[in-house]
Ligand binder design. Structure first.
Ligand code: HEM
Length: 213
């Protein structure tokens, strides 16, 4: 399971998928299959994509604990950076397709729409996390790296608030993402987190006994 080639292959597959996903959206736009407002289509896809990647990042630690497979831990920082890239592309779509690069509209939105300020705060946090995720920064920040990267929880809360503010009238889709986020937070609760590792060790021991029989 710890085969270096398998781990490298997994990292490459994750990288390729992260590029292929937006290429699929671009393909839909090129085919005229993205609805009447392709700019808005891309904005929403990148927004949902960034949130999905953020949730995936938080799912990797429980998955690694449950399976004991190091591959999940190895793609954590890569997926975190992709979450920022998608969030930045979402912001770029807003600048290009929603306000047409008009500074006056940007200022008006910032003063009139609190969800934009919340989104900007989340984007800023994701930027800080992406900038401090290379190995050189881990070494440089030493003990401060871990507490700094706990800001991912604040970023997730801000993104959910941003999303909530936009879809207040129909919370169905938002509720699904919020429920997944809550589930992932619960899995980090120390008594549950310890159990995840315990289940793996117990099932590993059972497999070993069965193998020897
Ligand atoms: C300066 C930063 C940001 C701006 C200006 C911005 C702007 C917007 C706008 C204009 C919308 C559509 C609102 C509507 O439907 O009327 C939106 C939706 C959304 N944004 Fe952002 N956003 C920002 C940051 C973020 C970040 C950092 C994330 C996630 C990491 C995010 C995730 C979402 C999601 C999930 C939606 C809802 C998509 C849907 O309804 O399908 N946004 N944002």
């Amino acid at each position: 399971m710890r085969h270096p080639r398998l781990l490298l292959g997994f990292r490459i597959v994750v990288f390729a998928l992260a590029i292929a996903w937006p290429l699929g959206w671009a393909w839909r736009v090129a085919q005229g299959a993205a609805g009447p407002d392709p700019g808005r289509y891309l904005l929403l896809e990148f927004g949902i994509g960034a949130l999905t990647l953020l949730l995936l990042v938080l799912a990797l630690t429980p998955l690694a604990k449950l399976t004991g497979w190091p591959g999940f831990g190895l793609v954590r920082r890569q997926l975190g950076v992709w979450a920022f890239v998608y969030a930045f592309a979402h912001f770029a779509c807003y600048l290009l397709f929603i306000i047409g690069l008009e500074p006056a509209l940007l200022l008006a939105d910032f003063s009139r729409r609190p969800y934009i300020i919340v989104g900007a705060a989340a984007l800023l946090l994701l930027g800080v996390l992406a900038a401090t995720s290379p190995q050189a920064m881990v070494r440089r920040l030493k003990k401060r790296w871990k507490p700094l990267h706990r800001l991912v929880y604040l970023a997730l809360a801000l993104v959910l608030l941003h999303f909530f503010w936009i879809v207040r009238a129909d919370l169905g889709e938002w509720g699904r993402y919020a429920l997944i986020a809550l589930g992932l937070m619960l899995l980090r609760w120390p008594p549950l987190a310890r159990r995840l590792g315990g289940w793996r060790r117990a099932s590993g021991a059972r497999t070993e006994i069965n193998r020897r029989r």
